[in-house]
Design a binder for this molecule. Structure first.
Ligand code: ATP
Length: 503
């Protein structure tokens, strides 16, 4: 087709020249058009997407299966159910069921969406092509749409070459390519790309020799164009959330395979201490622990390495920053302030207190969640505000004034106070989020913070001796584990007084 057009254009130019028409402007125009076309072609030709081939038998690499996906039992079940449409294609066709064209996996980063898509390809014996939405973003109009066409074409071709009758196209960050139309600055290009994806998906039929299924993954399903989500496109939306405690344990067990763990490692305790961690965090945690064990010249990964790895994943790499001794003393008192209030609010809450520079912090107190918790009462939230303020108040009691080290704590305390107000748990009662004036919100937040600050001041003033004694221990040892802290506290007659919230 291209060749015919070029030949035709050349013939026209020769004919015009023979008839005495000035052909130079036509030649120039043709040259420019040709260059633009070659540029566009070149950008697409050099463009590649990841093709994940099933590992050859005996290669030592196993394909990803659903057994490699920890936790996520409900999303796994939903996805496997949906995949039966592909596995039992003939039955689906016999019953006249519309084929499933797309599945959307929605959830926070690192929860295993890519892993599940790979497992889905293995489960259905399909070829697997992986792209990211951002790979379709180009400044030249039409290139994104061209790539979408190429993606579907290549998926079919690859399946044919491998003798498979289904292909799975995985589009990560699909919100970049499938965002609401008309919202982008260069929206014509974005819209063309999305339209092309819709056209390709609409063209998928049950009678295709290669059945194509699109799996999209996103952290922001709310940004997607509604056209993508309507029946017949992404028919199934599978929510993939952060794992709960059992899910974390399952993921830890999967990633602990092939890693020699010492007898003192209790994966159940690790799962309990890692509330809020994604699968990717947990994988990283065990990997970091193994690196720490290697650095320490150990044959096995011990509980200490696991504790350090949790701190590292949460707070960042340990830094060589060496604060002055007076500064460290202040940090010790500050962190112990947090720890004592935490033990008052919820006995057994402290996992460890440390004065080691990590990330932006000079020290930190890590709390153990009792269990996965999704709802909080007013008293619990006020207790957390108190824990945040414990550091600053301890500095005030010991040194007679505060430092800049509490800025992040205050921010967190204010956020918690705002949450209390919006949840209708403050003195303002039930509020309308949008109608509440910024001044009224600010005033109520201030009132909550002042009330908690006063309560923390009273609690810590009464326990100054034990506060200083434990801060000295922290300064000497650099880290005080939660159990040791509680042991010392009980020996010094520390009573976990009730921090029942005030009015
Ligand atoms: P993103 O949204 O950032 O693309 P994702 O949800 O696609 O993230 P994956 O890429 O699947 O996350 O996960 C990254 C890595 O984290 C995996 O290779 C795996 O090692 C680990 N991981 C994440 N979730 C799980 C899980 N549920 N079970 C086992 N491993 C997991």
């Amino acid at each position: 087709m291209k060749e015919v057009l070029v030949g035709l254009a050349a013939a026209v130019v020769v004919l015009l020249a023979a008839n005495g028409v000035a052909v130079t402007p036509f030649l120039l125009l043709g040259l420019i058009a040709g260059m633009v076309w070659m540029l566009a072609e070149g950008r697409s030709a050099g463009w590649r997407f990841e093709v994940v081939e099933a590992p050859a038998p005996g290669s030592g690499h196993a394909p990803v299966t659903f057994d490699d996906v920890g936790g996520q039992e409900v999303p796994k079940r939903e996805l496997m159910e949906a995949l039966e449409f592909v596995r039992k294609a003939e039955k689906v066709a016999r019953l006249g069921i519309r084929p499933l064209k797309g599945i959307l996996l929605a959830g926070p980063p690192g929860t295993g969406k890519t892993l599940m898509a790979k497992a889905a390809a293995h489960y259905t014996d399909s070829v697997f092509l992986s792209v990211s939405g951002s790979q379709f973003v180009e400044m030249y109009a039409g290139i994104g749409a061209q790539r979408v066409r190429k993606l579907f074409r290549d998926a079919r071709e690859l399946a044919r070459r491998q003798g498979k009758d289904s292909a799975m196209i995985f589009i990560d960050e699909i919100e970049v390519l499938g965002g609401r139309r008309g919202q982008h600055a260069g929206h014509v290009e974005y819209d063309q790309t999305l339209n092309q994806l819709l056209v390709e998906m609409d063209g998928l039929t049950q009678s295709d020799p290669v059945r194509v299924l699109v799996i999209g993954a996103t952290n922001r399903a709310d940004l997607l164009d509604p056209a993508l989500l309507r029946p017949g496109r992404f028919d199934r939306i599978v929510q993939v959330d952060l794992p709960d405690r059992e899910g974390r344990l399952h993921i830890l067990k999967i990633h602990a395979r092939g890693k020699p763990l010492a007898d003192d490692v209790d994966l159940e305790a690790v799962a309990r201490d890692t509330f809020g961690f994604s699968g990717a965090h947990l994988e990283n945690l065990l990997n970091e622990a193994a690196i720490l064990a290697m650095r320490a010249g150990r044959e096995r990964i011990g509980a200490q390495e696991i504790r350090d790895a949790i701190d590292k994943v949460m707070m960042g790499e340990r830094l060589d920053r060496k604060p002055r001794r007076e500064e460290l003393w202040r940090v010790s008192c500050h962190e112990m302030g947090h720890a004592l209030v935490a033990e008052l609010v919820r006995p057994g809450a402290v996992a460890s207190v440390t004065v080691t520079s990590r990330g932006r912090a000079l020290g930190y107190m890590r709390q153990t969640p009792v269990d996965d918790q999704y709802l909080y009462t007013r008293d619990e939230l006020l207790g957390q505000v108190a824990v945040c303020l414990g550091g600053a108040v301890a500095e005030e009691i010991v040194f007679g004034g505060r430092s800049t080290g509490s800025a992040a704590d205050f921010e967190q305390a204010a956020q918690l106070a705002e949450r209390i107000v919006h949840a209708g748990l403050s003195n303002l009662g039930i509020v309308h989020r949008e109608r509440l004036s910024p001044a009224a919100l600010h005033e109520e937040i201030q009132r909550i913070l002042r009330q908690e600050e006063q309560r923390v001041r009273e609690l810590l003033s009464d326990r100054q001796t034990v506060l200083k004694e434990l801060a000295r221990k922290l300064l000497e040892d650099e880290v005080v584990p939660g159990d040791e802290l509680r042991d010392r506290l009980s020996r010094s007659g520390f009573e976990p007084a009730s921090l029942a919230a005030g009015s």
